[in-house]
Design a protein around this ligand. Structure first.
Ligand code: 5RP
Length: 229
């Protein structure tokens, strides 16, 4: 997706933002544009209070002078604006391509609304082409991976799984100090059942299926940005 399209989606979502709002700030290259745009408004005196979904986003927001808080200090958020790796027409998502899925899900769940910004290539008929990120505890990693493999078998996964590495070839570690297993399902026909099965594995901290959390999406196309509600 070109940076122009990412920025267009982010710009369209700015129309949802009102003075005084408490806003969840997503993570990823599209959410980064939204934070930039919000930062420009804050520099012009716009008032808001934000909760970032990753250390990377927190650093960006701080650099732009965006006032930050935590979910321990406020009782909820008005809206969260975040990217997605896949979105279907029922607003079910796969997230976590950037490794921030745990905080992203906590923040989305604490928000009255979650709005996705993306280009329309992220819109799919059925979730699952994008490998599902599963955040796992380091303790008992092999046992957790075996249990994930069993669930993949039960749900007729078409591909395998990998332990995520960073660009240096080292195992990727999330902000919460966990690892990520990327599981290639190919096609996820029952996201709710899969979500439950994965969360039954003790070593699974969270996974990137966002079910019934997102209500709207701004999807950028070369011909303009469309809103799905
Ligand atoms: C990070 C995420 C991102 O929102 C998702 O990966 C989309 O990123 P991008 O906007 O860079 O395509 O879930 O954990």
């Amino acid at each position: 997706m070109s940076e122009d399209l990412k920025r267009s989606a982010a710009l369209a979502a700015m129309s949802e933002i009102r003075s005084g709002m408490r806003i969840g700030l997503g993570t990823g290259s599209t959410a980064k544009h939204f934070v930039d745009l919000l930062g420009a408004e804050v520099a012009n005196g716009f008032e808001c209070l934000c909760v970032p979904t990753s250390e990377v986003t927190a650093e960006q927001a701080r650099g732009l002078g965006i006032p930050l808080t935590t979910l321990d200090d406020i009782d909820g958020l008005d809206v969260t604006i975040d990217g997605a790796d896949e979105i279907d027409r029922n607003f079910q998502l796969i997230k976590g391509g950037g490794g921030a899925l745990l905080r992203e899900k906590i923040v989305a769940a604490a928000s009255a609304r979650m709005i996705v910004i993306a280009d329309d290539s992220k819109l799919v008929d059925t979730l699952g082409k994008f490998a599902l990120p599963i955040e796992v505890n380091l303790f008992g990693l092999a046992a957790t991976e075996r249990a994930i493999a069993d669930v993949m078998g039960q749900f007729n996964a078409l591909g395998g799984r990998t332990l995520r590495k960073n660009v240096d070839g080292e195992t990727f570690v999330t902000d919460g100090g966990h690892y990520i297993v990327d599981a290639s399902f190919g096609r996820i026909s029952d996201a709710k059942a899969l979500s439950s099965a994965l969360l039954e594995i003790p070593g699974v901290v969270q996974h990137g299926l966002f079910i019934d959390l997102c209500s709207d999406a701004y999807l950028a196309t070369p011909g303009g940005t469309i809103k799905l509600s």
